[in-house]
Design a binder for this molecule. Sequence first.
Ligand SMILES: Nc1ncnc2c1ncn2[C@@H]1O[C@H](COP(=O)(O)OP(=O)(O)O)[C@@H](O)[C@H]1O
Ligand SMILES: [Mg+2]
Length: 280
Amino acid sequence: MSGVQIPAVPIVKFIYEVGFKKIVTRIITIASGKGGVGKTTVTVNLSHALYKLNKDVTIIDANLTSPNIYLHMNIPITPTTLHDAMKGKISIKEAVYLHYLGVKVIPASISLRDLKFKEKKNLTNLIVDLIGTSDFILIDAPPGLNEDTIDALDAGNELLVVTNPELPATVEALRVIEFTRRNWAKNINVILNRYSGKSWELRPKHIESFLEAPIISIIPEDENVKKAIVKRIPVVEAYPESKAASAFMKLAEKLLGIRRVKVRKESAISRILRFLGLAR
Ligand SMILES: Nc1ncnc2c1ncn2[C@@H]1O[C@H](COP(=O)(O)OP(=O)(O)O)[C@@H](O)[C@H]1O
Ligand SMILES: [Mg+2]
């Protein structure tokens, strides 16, 4: 964009600077009703999957009371955090940490002292400064529907709700989806995590009809996810051949609207017949 003259008329300048940037940055909140269903796992792995597809990604640990991203990605205690930006001590850009694998991270503080706020800036307002700095901003929200979650839901323009194939997680997911529907018109999709198809698990079709929202991705129950967390490396990097990694890559491709080339499986004989024009 260098060399382009931005008109001095304020409204045109605003549309150019904010409106245009909004088009190029997708802000996706990753939320859930119940805790422990896999929000952080999804945020971390989806960000790396998008990065592998050449996208510039920033992730925000918006779980202010129980931040977890640093554990999944082996991030050291950083001198600046989201808490500092919310306290108005720094701009949010100053809290960006460039991870060695390429994804940018805005970590939250793990210090108990930082939990007290005299004044708290909204993530929604802070995030404006990040628009245009990457292709995707992924927000790892706290569970449930507390004040911090609502701020995280407000800040995104797309929502991915993570659930497990169990009743409590799915019922709680509905509350988040309904709340979002009532307050904002957002693109809402569901991620079914830890699915293994066991007889006692809820079926994807039932979950979709109950939530009235499409399941965009099914991430299987996969022990490689746990092994990767022990290594503190995202599973898409640590075990790229695993089923979970492949599901995360597919999810990233889906978000980008990339269609996989379907490899037709057919026997040699039918291929020969087709080649000879004797079959279709
Ligand atoms: N697809 C999966 N397969 C196996 N275990 C998983 C999977 N996804 C998550 N887990 C396990 O669930 C735990 C909680 O996941 P996490 O992403 O921290 O949840 P949340 O952020 O929603 O609290 C992880 O530490 C991991 O052990
Ligand atoms: Mg988490």
